[in-house]
Write a protein of this length. Structure first.
Length: 78
């Protein structure tokens, strides 16, 4: 987020989908399942920018240790 962006700015479903490069239906599904907080204003849904950032951060995948087993397991080599 740049210093000029308001964290409470309300984004449309279209804007959220465009930022994440997913379909608008995907964003609506996240909202419907309660995975993404949103506000219904009139007939339209809006997502706060900071809630979108939290949604993205919650799905961050860090480095995973390599699985043991399989064809060769260095821990079991004798």
């Amino acid at each position: 987020m740049t210093p000029n962006e308001d964290p409470t700015e309300l984004l449309t479903i279209e804007e959220v989908a465009g930022r994440l490069k997913v379909r608008e239906k995907t964003v609506r599904d996240w909202i419907g399942r309660g995975e993404l907080d949103a506000y219904k204003i009139g007939k339209e849904w809006r997502v706060r920018r900071d809630h979108l950032e939290q949604h993205i951060e919650a799905r961050r995948v860090g480095a995973q240790p390599a699985a043991t087993g399989g064809l060769w397991d260095p821990d079991s080599a004798t």
